[in-house]
Design a binder for this molecule. Structure first.
Ligand code: G6P
Length: 614
């Protein structure tokens, strides 16, 4: 949801900003812009509707010489995507520029007050109000730009990560955050700011994650200071980032999404690394150990999340209830936070988030903390807001996920939930030793089995070609594979723009069956023995209405293979682990259908990777 980047140092700022924006494009991509402070202390602003490459094209023959600059890639919240609404935004006197990620909620009253003071606005954005507010403070008081920003922010309600330049103070860059991420990179005599570390790690691995309500003031030669919005000096906590540049490149794949699908054997192994000891029958998730009694004695678990992470949470519900016998609720964070939920100090709340920045999940988490619940985070992005705000947690260690449609983060989250459920089941004595050891052995084999599923890609691509023009699709699953049906439908919707619905297979009779005819493709996940006969009945019901069936089946299930129009076999595994395998063909199916339809795979329309607004 918008990416921001800034540079101050000895290199030419423009190429650093452009490269950074390309890395951040997954966060928003309806327009992009830069502001450059030239050695003659002019501010050059270039902004453009479209992608970063459209901006580059527009700037090709323009002057860009500067050692200080800011850049932005936008995902529209206020105002349609066009050149005027693109960031950076400039103050009325043309001396100040700003980039902003987030939402200024009280922008209407601020706007009215500023109009009364004689300000007029070019764009429809909330951000332009903020830069005029800073200008207005400077008009009234002789304060530095850092102080003017601080005073302005004390009047703002909402979420922001901002960076501001002032022509009058050409050796200063001021940035601040509340609710939207901001990372400071400390290089040799140069400093970087960005929404995440991806634009920075090429230059330095020393970073400071700026905290909420902190202001950071940068100067040339690598000097910087951090203060709170209450004007208290802060001591920066410098972290070394263990991340390689390869991890954010495509590595020979045509799209990040395909790379990330193929990374899953490795990323799932990484999620288990150091945590699973099959020989000794030990699972060690540090955060769970730390709060062992709270978890062991929990009367219920509540999972809060959005999007794909919410679907991973649903699988968590099946795992926690089936294996650890702990009642579990899964909530959309956006609903949970506003429905006055009943939470108390006995509750354990698990927040799942790839980015660790989703605004609704973060707010639901804060609410849970206010009510004294124990909070546990399952995040991918190290140092992210949710990871830092929870009492304890586990990273999934999937590495940067850049494709907007989540794939490897989903299987990483499900792996983590499986480990948690097994650890708790063992501690609570809710499953037999034999079954526990069997699940551990099976879990260890999942990465190898995913490789076998990936080997079916050519066949999946053929089915994708046949189905690429369908207007609708239905995904059905039961038990552990019901959430997989939801995830398969979500993937297809997100990247191919085909309307798709996921349903519990038995519920088909209560509505979706009315839609089935010879034009309706139906994906049925039929890998599990416990519901096999019932799923076969569902297949018959679809066939009777001439629907086209792709069945995801267990190896050598000849009976179902004979009934279906198409089938993909996946290796046998224990039922609670089956989602980790059955979701992979659905990811590939969505991917190849979207490629055949000529869709933008990594940056689907209207979607953002990290949703830092409500
Ligand atoms: C957006 C993304 C989804 C993601 C969801 C939740 O909608 O496009 O892929 O599942 O946000 O994000 P989170 O980072 O909290 O997992």
């Amino acid at each position: 949801m918008c990416g921001i980047v800034a540079y101050i140092g000895h290199q030419q700022a423009y190429p650093v900003l452009i490269k950074g924006l390309q890395r951040l494009e997954y966060r928003g991509y309806d327009s992009a812009g830069v502001a450059l402070l030239t050695p003659q202390t002019d501010i050059l602003v270039y902004k453009q509707k479209g992608k970063v490459r459209d901006l580059q094209e527009a700037v090709k023959n323009q002057p860009t010489k500067s050692f200080i600059g800011i850049g932005h890639t936008r995902w529209a919240t206020h105002g349609e995507p066009n050149d005027v609404n693109a960031h950076p935004h400039t103050s009325g006197n043309g001396e100040l520029v700003i980039i902003h990620n987030g939402i200024i909620e009280n922008y209407q009253p601020l706007r009215t007050a500023l109009i009364r003071e004689g300000h007029s606005f070019e764009s429809e954005t909330d951000t332009e109000i903020l830069i005029h507010l800073i200008e207005e403070i400077q008009n009234k008081e002789a304060v530095s730009i850092a102080e003017a920003v601080r005073l302005a922010l004390s009047r703002v309600v909402g979420a922001y990560a901002i960076v501001v330049l002032d022509k009058k103070e050409p050796n200063t860059v001021v940035a601040a955050r509340k609710g939207s991420p901001l990372v400071l990179g400390i290089g040799k005599n140069e400093l970087f700011l960005a929404s995440d570390a991806s634009p920075i790690i090429e230059y330095t691995k020393n970073v400071v994650y700026i905290n909420d309500e902190e202001i950071v003031i940068l100067h040339p030669n690598g000097e910087f200071a951090i203060k709170s919005i209450d004007n208290e000096e802060q001591t920066p906590f410098i972290q070394y980032l263990d991340m390689e540049i390869d991890s954010i490149e495509k590595g020979g794949f045509p799209h990040y999404m395909l790379k990330e699908i193929h990374q899953q054997p490795t990323t799932i192994a990484d999620a288990m690394r150091g945590r699973l000891n099959v020989q000794q029958g030990i699972i060690t998730l540090g955060g769970v150990v730390e709060y062992e009694n709270r978890f062991k004695n929990a009367t219920r678990l509540t999972i809060i999340a959005c999007g794909t992470s919410w679907i991973a949470g649903l699988i968590g519900e099946y795992l926690f209830e089936d294996l650890a016998r702990i009642p579990t609720e899964v909530e959309y964070a956006s609903e949970f936070r506003y429905r006055n939920p009943i939470i108390n100090n006995q509750d354990v709340i698990i927040a799942i988030s790839q980015s660790g920045e989703t605004a609704d999940t973060l707010a639901a988490l804060e609410l849970s903390k206010e009510k004294d619940a124990l909070t546990y985070g399952i995040c991918n992005v190290v140092g992210s807001s949710i990871a830092r705000a929870t009492h304890a947690g586990s990273y999934i260690h999937a590495g940067p996920e850049i494709g907007v449609a989540s794939t490897k983060a989903f299987t990483g989250q499900v792996t983590l939930l499986t480990l948690m459920a097994l650890q708790l089941a063992n501690k609570r004595g809710t499953i037999s030793n034999t079954y526990y050891f069997q699940l551990l052995r099976e879990l260890e084999q999942i990465p190898e089995k995913i490789k076998q599923v990936l080997a079916a890609e050519a066949k999946i691509k053929q089915i994708a070609e046949l189905w690429k023009d369908c207007p609708n699709a239905l995904y059905l699953g039961r038990g552990y594979n019901y959430p997989v049906a939801l995830e398969g439908a979500l993937k297809l919707k997100e990247i191919s723009y085909i309307h798709a619905e996921g349903y519990p297979a038995a519920e088909m009779k209560h509505g979706p069956i009315a839609l089935i005819d010879e034009n309706m493709p139906v994906v049925i996940i039929a890998t599990n023995d416990s519901t096999r006969d019932k799923v076969i009945s569902n297949i018959q019901e679809v066939k009777a209405r001439k629907g086209k069936i792709l069945a995801i089946i267990k190896e050598n299930d000849h009976d179902i293979a004979a009934l279906a129009d198409h089938f993909i076999e996946i290796p046998d595994t224990a039922e609670p682990l089956s989602p980790l395998l059955s979701v992979v063909p659905l990811q590939l199916l969505a991917y190849h259908i979207a490629v055949f339809r000529g869709c933008n795979i990594d940056q689907p329309r209207n979607l953002a990777k990290s949703v830092t607004v409500e």
